[in-house]
Design a protein around this ligand. Sequence first.
Ligand code: FEO
Length: 171
Amino acid sequence: MIKSTVELALNEQINAEFHSAYLYLSMSAHFQSSGLIGYANWMRIQFQEELAHAARIFDYVNERGGRVRLSPIQEVQVEFLDIVDVFEKTLAHEQMVTGRINKLMDISIEENDHATKSFLQWFVDEQVEEEGNVEQILNNLRLIKGEGQGLLMMDREMQQRVFINPFISKG
Ligand code: FEO
């Protein structure tokens, strides 16, 4: 049986993942309205990834005999200054999520919950990748100053991204 401190922290993380999903869907809508279809696609996939994270934690709480309690999702930003602003906010958001995952890991260690530690390791590794991807996009955007032909070329590249659910095995 899962300890109540860990159960509460995981429930909070389910909410945080839904909040991330909601934020990225809002960013996708922003790009749609700006005619940047590739970026809209990238954010839409980001949204799907966050939903998959939330669902995975949801399942884990149930697997451990815990109780999932869903709570209201915090409001997200709707308007953005420009494309660099969107990705700066994305990076700051992912850094915040990394902090949350680390805190969750700390709680699991304090509670001697080895199963949750093992479960969370995937999320620790995922955050390294998430931050790295966003940093790379941000660097590229800064190089092209977030405009012109370079932006259109990047937009075409962003359109190639597809969603792969990391929790569904290929075998
Ligand atoms: Fe669920 Fe973007 O981390």
